[in-house]
Design a protein around this ligand. Structure first.
Ligand code: OAD
Length: 231
């Protein structure tokens, strides 16, 4: 019976909640260039454009509801007798709306941060670069998301969980973005069994012991039941 479980989630988990993925056909990165909207350099060059991109994503995410895969992971966290750590690359709040807690390694759309002093607060629906920071009044407000070239959040805590897990699952992520794409190898080195749950094979499928193919809303609840039954 696995005791310590780490689940890594990606955009595919929220696809059936109506939120777009990044690299699929019609994905977000087919319509926007990363270097225009998701780097510190883009923000320095054209903060209004970057805010417009995240304001639109925040509005979409605000109307989205968790799907059966988010709900199943919340059930796993509640009912599994050992530790279940959910690490998400997603910036939506669907894990939390389903009743789970998750480490948001790429930040959260629902949070703002001040580029001058690092203060964090709940984001308004629409954010502007000239919004003053409530702590230091600098006009340096940015979404509290991680851009390419920046350090993901919670890395020390995530590494600790990976080093002691005995089951690692990656759900709905293409394995294109590091460090998340390398978590499977860290978990395997720590002795964990590893499973990839995805619509289709990915560039990193060869690194996993097991594969479950299909839409997350169907496959994740089945997988969660099997893990809970094994316990
Ligand atoms: P991607 O868009 O790269 O990958 C989504 C994965 O989900 C693909 O492998 C799809 O096959 C799979 N998928 C799609 N629909 C699915 C469904 N219904 N059920 C199961 N799987 C499904 O998204 P991520 O891997 O999450 O970072 O992307 C990682 C990071 O790249 C994001 O956090 C973001 C992006 O650039 C930043 O912006 C920093």
């Amino acid at each position: 019976m696995p005791n310590r479980i780490v689940v890594l989630t990606g955009a595919g988990l929220s696809a059936e909640s109506g939120l777009g993925t990044f690299r699929d056909k019609n994905g977000i990165w087919t319509r926007h260039r990363i270097e225009d909207v998701a780097t510190p350099e883009a923000f320095a060059r054209d903060p209004d454009r970057v805010h417009a991109f995240y304001n639109e994503r925040r509005a979409q995410a605000a109307g989205a509801r968790p799907n059966p895969a988010h709900e199943a992971l919340a059930r796993l966290q509640e009912r599994h007798p050992g530790a279940v750590t959910i690490v998400t690359q997603n910036v939506d709040a669907l894990h939390e709306r389903a009743g789970a807690t998750a480490l948001h390694m790429h930040g959260e759309l629902a949070r703002s941060t001040c580029a001058a002093c690092g203060h964090r607060w709940t984001a308004p629906e629409t954010m502007h670069p000239r919004d003053p920071c409530p702590a230091c009044a600098a006009q340096a407000t940015r979404p509290d998301v991680v851009w390419f070239g920046e350090m993901p959040h919670h890395m020390d805590e995530i590494e600790r969980h990976l080093l002691s897990c005995d089951l690692f699952a990656a759900i709905g992520t293409s394995g294109n973005v590091y460090p998340a794409a390398g978590f499977v190898q860290e978990a395997a080195r720590a002795g964990a069994r590893t499973v990839e749950i995805n619509l289709e094979p990915t560039d990193v499928s060869g690194l996993f012991d097991d594969h479950l193919a299909g839409p997350a809303s169907k496959v994740v609840p089945e997988w969660v039941e099997s893990v809970l039954d094994a316990g």
